[in-house]
Design a protein around this ligand. Structure first.
Ligand SMILES: Nc1ncnc2c1ncn2[C@@H]1O[C@H](COP(=O)(O)OP(=O)(O)O)[C@@H](O)[C@H]1O
Ligand SMILES: [Mg+2]
Length: 369
């Protein structure tokens, strides 16, 4: 479109810094979220996810940067602006369900509307709508304590969205649920967010949760952003070893880029005993000839064959082959390195067998170490 201008993102966090004593919990991070989108902050415990979320919510001051939603400045360190949390119009869902046990489900959900002094009929109809949306249509008159964990979390979500806030913030909301329910709730929560269209920031340490739910993912480490991108992009094109290792499973080989053959393509050299093996690969950003790098190959992109392919020859021994029905999860010893390989069941790989590993150069990615 000709007239389309680059519009600024709906939520913008710019240069956010937060110290706790001598600890820099958040170290100068910047990101934006488009209106209606679902962004996930992903990283291990202690990397600064909750601190970032609390900074957006205004539950603490910050030590640098700005936070803006639409045309409202929430916090600006340089301009000494701080909008109190109750004026930020944010819905929040936490790990602990935080719904009031002495109230019914409907009363819990109605509360944010009551403090806004909306009239009774409107409240009742909106509460009924939102309870239906989260699948609690027939639970309205139950006491909150009569609900299961999953239902309590649905009620907390209903309460967070009923006033149609500008922003939804989630801090590991599913981590108290058991695996089965968690997997079901991921999909459900994403569906509901999509339906109400409220811009959301979601915090989790669970990479599969992030992959399933997000429009965009930010991978964090030690208060910094390692990478931002869509789930597929982060999985298929991690920028470095850290991201590759944190998202999904990867074979990570240390070595060097020895040749750039065309833009984005080259050859990777890895030591194997006294031998040097050269593997054609894709090149991640910023990798020049001679650069130390890590070759990242997902197990589903490694094939174990019985026929000798010539070069490059990666001959190994199957150590373990676990039949999982639709695939076989294998470990293959190759000198000091152990490959993770997802094989097809029809190949019937067995422990002790000699195999030749074939790597698809299009799915072998050299990245920053
Ligand atoms: N209230 C606090 N007081 C002191 N240190 C804190 C406080 N909250 C967080 N931290 C520290 O800040 C860092 C980031 O924490 P947090 O944002 O909670 O990480 P995450 O949510 O990613 O697990 C950690 O080192 C943590 O110990
Ligand atoms: Mg946290």
């Amino acid at each position: 479109m000709e007239n389309e201008k680059a519009t600024p993102p709906y939520l913008e966090v710019n240069g956010l810094v937060k110290w706790f004593g001598a600890d820099r919990a958040v170290d100068n991070i910047s990101f934006g979220v488009e209106r209606g989108k679902f962004l996930t902050l992903l990283g291990p415990s202690g990397c600064g996810k909750t601190t970032t979320l609390m900074s957006i919510a205004g539950l603490h001051g910050i030590d640098g940067g700005d936070i803006r939603v639409g045309d409202v400045t929430y916090t600006s360190f340089s301009k000494k602006l701080f909008l109190p949390p109750e004026k930020r119009d944010i819905g929040m869902v936490f790990q602990s369900y935080a719904i009031w046990p002495h109230m019914t489900v409907a009363q819990n959900v109605a509360y944010p509307l009551e403090i806004r002094k909306i009239d009774r009929a409107e409240i009742d109809s909106r509460v009924a709508d939102v309870l239906r949306l989260v699948g609690l249509g027939d639970m309205a008159d139950k006491l909150a304590t009569q609900l299961s964990g999953g239902q309590q979390q649905r009620a907390a979500l209903a309460r967070a969205i009923v006033s149609r806030p500008r922003l939804l913030l989630f801090d590991e909301p599913l981590s108290n649920l058991d695996l089965k329910l968690r997997e079901q709730m991921r999909v459900e929560l994403k569906r509901i967010q999509n339906e109400v269209g409220i811009t959301s920031v979601y915090v989790t340490h669970d990479q599969s949760e992030a992959l399933v739910m997000s429009d965009e993912i930010i991978v964090m480490s030690k208060g910094r952003i390692e990478q931002k991108g869509g789930p597929h992009e982060i999985y298929a094109h991690p920028v470095n070893r850290y991201v590759s290792n944190f998202i999904g499973v990867a074979n990570l080989l240390e070595g060097h880029v020895i040749r750039v053959t065309s833009p984005g393509h080259g050859e990777f050299e890895v030591n194997h005993g006294n031998e040097r093996v050269i593997l054609p690969c894709c090149l991640g950003e910023g990798l020049k000839e001679g650069a130390a790098a890590v070759l990242s190959v997902r197990p589903e992109n490694v094939e174990a064959r019985r026929k000798d392919p010539g070069t490059p020859r990666l001959e190994g021994e199957v150590l373990e082959a676990i039949f999982l029905g639709n695939c076989v999860d294998c470990r293959v010893r190759w000198g000091a390195f152990e490959w993770k390989v997802l094989a097809h069941p029809r190949d019937r790989l067995r422990p002790g067998e000699r195999v030749f590993l074939h790597l698809d150069p299009d799915h072998s990615l050299a990245v920053q170490p």
